[in-house]
Design a protein around this ligand. Structure first.
Ligand SMILES: Nc1ncnc2c1ncn2[C@@H]1O[C@H](COP(=O)(O)OP(=O)(O)O)[C@@H](O)[C@H]1O
Ligand SMILES: [Mg+2]
Length: 256
């Protein structure tokens, strides 16, 4: 059975999409079948793996609204083993339209269930909000990967996120767990980043991934070419760090 991981933090600009794209590609580079599900109406994961948004293109919106199966909207990418369920701005409407739907938090979970046999990893990129889209992603997932930017105010909003996860655990999703806290955009030349990283490691202890993602201009450039960092600049520090993160996750899963 495949593993489903949601990448969530309601704060924008912390590295969710960068992590979704590059972790998915790095997992796929290990000859693993990976599905990336874009749940952000901005659709940055979609363009980031080279899929053009065309009007009428079936997306995750069609899946949530019940007019298409998840399998039928999967798109191949140029990268071996990496598949995508795309999103575009239509997804904004889903947030409102599903409010009155029965089991509204379970729509994505139900839709992805038949795919768990086909993919070893399914990664879900969440929008920067604790809205119904993020709740659907969390309920569909067995674990949450939380990227946190190594800067002042890093912990802002984290307690709200952790509260939401705890609430899901004590109600509709008892097995939900935190996959790990991922420190992103780390710049080891600044004392502040080092201090924040230390504080986060002290605070979250073993929950923090050993791999830290450095600040790297190459990581920021890659999406404009529609490429994961592995295809854009495989020798860069950013590329190395996401390969390491993929290995960390794979080896943990083999141990457990
Ligand atoms: N490690 C990194 N080094 C440099 N820039 C990064 C890094 N991670 C993300 N970025 C850039 O920071 C911005 C926000 O990242 P993104 O992954 O889109 O965050 P989110 O999805 O949480 O909003 C983007 O412009 C992205 O290219
Ligand atoms: Mg994003």
């Amino acid at each position: 059975m495949g593993r489903i991981i949601a990448i969530a933090n309601q704060k924008g600009g912390v590295g969710k999409t960068t992590t979704a794209i590059n972790l998915a590609a790095s997992l796929a580079a290990n000859e693993i079948q990976v599905l990336l599900v874009d749940m952000d109406p901005q659709g940055n994961s979609t363009t980031g793996v080279g899929v053009q948004k065309e009007p009428g293109m079936p997306t995750v919106y069609d899946v949530l609204s019940g007019s298409a199966s998840a399998e039928s909207v999967i798109r191949p990418t140029e990268f071996d083993g990496l598949h995508l369920i795309p999103a575009d701005k239509n997804l904004v409407a889903a947030n409102l339209e599903i409010v009155d739907v029965r089991n509204r938090e379970f729509l994505l979970r139900t839709a992805l269930q038949p795919l768990a046999q086909k993919f070893q990893y399914i990664l879900i990129d969440c929008p920067p909000a604790l809205d119904l889209l993020t709740l659907n992603a969390m309920v569909a997932a067995e674990s949450i990967l939380i990227p946190i930017q190594c800067e002042f105010f890093a912990l802002e909003g984290i307690s709200q996120l952790v509260d939401t996860i705890d609430r899901l655990k004590s109600s509709i999703h008892p097995n939900l767990r935190i996959e790990g806290i991922l420190l992103t955009m780390f710049d080891d030349r600044t004392n502040l980043a080092r201090q924040v990283a230390n504080d986060l490691q002290e605070f979250f202890q073993d929950e923090v991934f050993k791999t830290i993602i450095p600040r790297s201009i190459r990581l920021a450039e890659a999406p404009s070419y529609g490429k994961p960092i592995l295809a854009y600049d495989v020798r860069s520090k950013g590329s190395e760090s996401y390969i390491k993160l993929a290995k960390e996750i794979i080896s943990r899963d083999q141990l457990s």
